[in-house]
Design a protein around this ligand. Structure first.
Ligand SMILES: Nc1ncnc2c1ncn2[C@@H]1O[C@H](COP(=O)(O)OP(=O)(O)OP(=O)(O)O)[C@@H](O)[C@H]1O
Ligand SMILES: [Mg+2]
Length: 249
């Protein structure tokens, strides 16, 4: 299959510290047809995110933040333009290629956590490993490591309904970390949290480049995220206002 033979994708999963952008967007447009109306969600977006960066996307509701993350992660596809990951164009990726890439190389974190309510915290974190065919002692150790990393080991037997919102989001981050992704995309990860829990989640995400070598892109309304980001990109009406300093947002 494509990425077992592709150096770029092997690097993406292993992280060799390449100096090229982990994500490079070239003139991305995204349009949705709504009856006779065309909604332009992204307009000529060019963006490069380097290895180990903690990058925040900010802007008002409807400006295109989720659309941009979805295009980067292959959950949605651009109308025009090119997405390159680790120096390799994704133009020829099939849906199956994207699915494998997300399972092995790209961690996703959402506002609504998306944990399975019938599974314990540890079972939720183990799920990506099971889907990739990994089980047994090594999988158990990886799950324990990731739960430790987010400070949730003591709650590993709890189901999502027995956890606070912030704890659920930390479990969701552990689940995203378990394949050791090179790239982690977080869409409004603090949107359902109070300010204290939100700040804890942002601090956790902020620590991931240093602790796991991951590149992190967060779409957010959170000032904490903006203050802690290496770079803040503002979005307005689908247009990127590149490299705005946090002080200006
Ligand atoms: N499936 C769709 N069909 C039509 N229009 C869409 C679709 N998804 C998003 N849009 C439109 O695209 C624009 C960008 O939406 P998007 O969800 O990316 O915004 P956002 O910045 O993530 O907003 P929020 O902060 O509220 O999450 C909006 O105007 C939205 O109405
Ligand atoms: Mg959104």
């Amino acid at each position: 299959m494509l990425w077992y033979t592709s150096d770029a994708l092997v690097r993406l999963s292993c992280g060799d510290g390449t100096s090229r952008g982990v994500v490079k967007l070239n003139h991305i447009y995204k349009q949705y047809a709504q009856g006779r109306t065309i909604v332009t969600a992204l307009h000529d977006v060019c963006l490069e995110v380097g290895p180990g960066e903690f990058c925040a996307l900010m802007g008002p509701s409807g400006c295109g933040k989720s659309t941009l993350l979805n295009v980067i992660g292959g959950l949605d596809h651009q109308t025009a333009g090119t997405v390159a990951l680790d120096g390799r164009s994704t133009d020829d990726f099939s849906d199956a290629d994207w699915t494998t890439l997300r399972r092995e190389c790209i961690g996703l974190v959402f506002q609504a956590f998306h944990l399975l309510p019938g599974l314990s915290a540890a079972e939720n974190v183990a799920l990506p490993l099971l889907l990739s065919g990994h089980s047994g002692g090594r999988a158990g150790r990886l799950v324990a490591e990731c739960l430790d990393a987010v400070g949730m080991r003591e709650r590993e037997r709890h189901r999502p309904g027995e956890l606070s919102g912030g704890e659920q989001q930390r479990v969701a981050i552990a689940r995203a970390l378990v394949p050791r992704p090179k790239l982690l995309l977080a869409d409004d990860p603090t949107g359902n949290l109070d300010s204290r829990q939100g700040a804890e989640v942002i601090a956790l995400l902020r620590s991931l480049p240093r602790r796991f070598g991951a590149t992190v892109i967060v779409a957010t309304h959170s000032r904490e995220a903006a203050q802690q980001a290496d770079i803040v990109h503002g979005l307005r009406d689908g247009c990127l206002e590149s490299g705005a300093g946090s002080a200006t947002l």
